[in-house]
Design a protein around this ligand. Sequence first.
Ligand SMILES: Cc1ncc(COP(=O)(O)O)c(C=O)c1O
Length: 472
Amino acid sequence: MNQPLHTTGFLDWLDGQQSRQYDLHERYINPAFVKTIRTIGFDKGYVRGEGEWLFDAEGRRYLDLLTGWGVFALGRNHPRVRSILEQVLSRDMPNLVRMDCSLLAGLVAEKLVSHASGDAGGDLSRVFFCNSGTESIEAAIKFARCHTRKPRILYCDHAFHGLTMGALSLNGSDFFRDRFGSLMPDTSMVPFNDLAALEKALQSKDTAAFVVEPVQGKTCSVVADGYLAEAGRLCRKAGALLVADEVQCGLGRTGKWFAYQHWAGVEPDMVCVAKALSGGYVPVGAVIARPRVMDSVFDSMEHCVIHSNTFGQNDLAMAAALATLQVMEEDDLPANAARLGARTISRLADLGRTCPFVYEVRGKGLMFGIDFRRPEGSLKLKAAWDALHLLNEGVFSQTVILPLLHEHRILAQVAGYHTELIKFLPPINIGEESLDGFLSAMREVLEDLKRVPGSAWETVRMLAKGAAAQLR
Ligand SMILES: Cc1ncc(COP(=O)(O)O)c(C=O)c1O
């Protein structure tokens, strides 16, 4: 410990601690993580964030296309969200009385419902608040079981719904599931986008819900046209509920308020949201549900808080959510995401066609990724791919991620573990110019990939060797 922490001059004191950032994490939080980001040179020591930009201590700016895993849909430190939070903080609000009804929560619920219902959404007119995406999934699981009195939850391969035990039981990848003991019983995986498989799984008649991401976070795969409407029909026929997990793809990101609204006739029974709703300031999650589902859970005065959480509906989270929805409405951000997303995906696909390692560019709106594969044709390129994969499965993506950050100051992410997919989640209020900068950086990075041997390959080869030794 250095000096004591004073309330006045706190920020000066904090600045004085800056050099301890990584050491503190290494010692007290997660040394393996610190080792990882040091190994790949991602320890940039960011000190400020504004909109789509992050700044390091030397004032260099970095384009953030990772956005805290999708939290900063409005960019960092949005002035209108901050102003509303400051106003709420400046008043002695009663907050979390618990034996009372929060006005702010009611106002957020009203707005969420107005955007979720509409033409196809049916009567999604009740909202349950929690504090994260995974908690919204836990709530949806419980609500579905309680409403249908059935046990089974269906989920898709490659699904990601969070990492608490219930949500983890719906995870479509062994990487996350292994090592944590027995998960929730009565869950079954079905292949994504496969209606015949879904219909077969529903035949057992013991299914409470089918939980699905309209655009998968781990793969950027989009549901096929007609899939969700038919999945809903099959669920209804089997007495099961359709749950849309819109924690990542919801709230404007794909070009509509909710991704399921891209297709006619889709009527989910519950919609889970979180991430962007926070305005990037205060953790929050919500389930928007049909009244008949909620009414069977909260069916009496005795059961009126049978599912709840201590911090749900807190004033700061609700003010951040209200401000976020207000900004999205005023600036028509779903439309911005639709326009810029279509433009960027199409230009990125054009670039992809010039690079033999690119298998596919896919996604919707401002949620898109590039999937890489072993190239066809050139023996030299195939050999380079094989050599890297022998060293470390999935390290190939770093040949793109590393030059993007180190040469072009663009922060992006690999979509999952042992995958060749790089995902981009720009703020949905990003400008055209920033996306053009990204596209020209991608042009250079993809060109460089074709140079074998070349610096991108050599750096990652060294890294894969070093990391394999260090992280063991
Ligand atoms: C689709 C989806 N559902 C649920 C979650 C879990 O959200 P959280 O990390 O807030 O618990 C995530 C997180 O990435 C997600 O992408």
